[in-house]
Design a protein around this ligand. Structure first.
Ligand code: GTQ
Ligand code: FE2
Length: 356
């Protein structure tokens, strides 16, 4: 057997070799660095957008830009300064504020990215999801799962701004983007007081429709989670003596598919947190990214050691593996959406907790 020889080759033949492999669209791994890094090399940066500024700029968009410009949605996307100008809040999540003026309609369409709305304040807009009317009011979570028709109506006389989150950058990275404008959509089933989705699946704790169940969709059949229910759940946790929440001053709920306890949609986990002043929830970091919307209260969030003050309406991007610690100056309610179900499904979820 011939012995391999690794005598130092002359530069000329090595250079020719590198030219030849480049010419054949190949790259030598031994020349590549920054690929198999010891920990995630994250491009998005931790970032906070101020609610006051988002509201003001949303209102100006309402005055200056008609709804039909740009996908029939008047939306300002969160553009993370670490992502080189992309209109994305993190590597996997789109975040935005959407403004709909009195009497305006954002017409129907559907797309493979899944979307959700969290209402920061106000009420009066209806979102029709596959024709089912979902009323939007402060603190509500509204789902528009992948490939469902959706349109927004503001029949009232006050404008509304809300927070949108979509898994759009993830769908884009997976080359699975499809979009269809609204022709041929199901006719709206009217603006009922309560949507069919809520009548069937939001009837009460532990109550599901009887009879044969239809094939389970890949998302929660409950499409609106009302603030009154979320608020009651959080208050209940904090009031019950001896429970974790009562001891730590931190209550949290996960929005779940009522039929099986899974996350609301395959790609996104939604949670609501209530932190009391002096709570003892530890600093934590995990793989996957999240967006946080401040609903009520005031405090701060420490992201990789940097403190950002928080007020209602503020939106925060938390990139993967960013250490997060929350400080509450008064009881503070935070909505969060993350790509955790994706990381979990792919066995890539890791978490690290540090006590104070
Ligand atoms: O409301 O349908 O923020 O399609 C981005 C894309 C909202 C929407 C966004 C959308 C929508
Ligand atoms: Fe949409």
């Amino acid at each position: 057997m011939a012995t391999r020889r690794f005598d130092a080759p002359d530069d000329a033949s090595l250079n020719t070799f590198y030219d030849d492999i480049a010419d054949k669209d190949l790259q030598p791994l031994w020349e590549l660095s920054g690929l198999l890094t010891p920990a995630p090399k994250v491009q998005a940066v931790p970032y906070r957008w101020r609610g006051e500024e988002l509201r003001e700029l949303g209102e100006r968009a309402g005055e200056l830009v008609p709804i039909d410009r740009g996908g029939d949605r008047r939306v300002l996307s969160l553009s993370n300064p670490g992502l080189g100008g992309a209109p994305y809040a993190t590597a996997t999540l789109w975040g935005a504020v959407q403004y709909l003026g009195p009497g305006e309609t954002a017409p129907a369409h559907r797309h493979t990215p899944a979307a959700l709305r969290f209402v920061l304040d106000g009420e009066g807009v209806w979102t029709l999801v596959n024709g089912d009317p979902l009323h939007m009011s402060a603190g509500d979570l509204i789902l528009t799962p992948s490939w469902t028709w959706h349109e927004h109506h503001n029949p009232g006389d006050t404008p509304m701004t809300w927070f949108d989150a979509l898994d759009l950058p993830l769908v884009e990275a997976l080359d699975a983007m499809f979009f269809e404008p609204g022709e041929g959509r199901p006719a709206p089933s009217g603006t009922a007081e309560r949507s069919t989705s809520e009548i069937r699946f939001g009837g009460g704790p532990g109550l599901l429709p009887g009879g044969a169940s239809a094939p389970a969709p890949a998302h929660s059949p409950l499409l609106r989670y009302q603030w009154a229910d979320t608020d009651r759940a959080l208050a209940g946790q904090l009031a019950e003596a001896g429970t974790g929440a009562e001891r730590t001053g931190h209550a949290h709920v996960r929005f779940a598919d009522p039929t099986n306890g899974r996350d609301v949609m395959p790609t996104m986990r939604c949670e609501m947190h209530r932190y009391l002043p002096g709570h003892t929830a530890p600093a934590e970091r995990h793989t996957g990214s999240a967006l946080v919307a401040v609903f009520r209260g005031a405090g701060a969030v420490e992201l990789d050691g940097v403190l950002h003050s928080l007020a209602p309406g503020d939106l925060v991007a938390i990139p993967s593996w960013t250490s997060v610690r929350v400080l509450a100056d008064e009881p503070m309610d935070l909505f969060s959406v993350s790509d955790t179900p994706v990381l979990e499904a792919l066995a890539l979820y890791r978490t690290e907790t540090r006590g104070d």
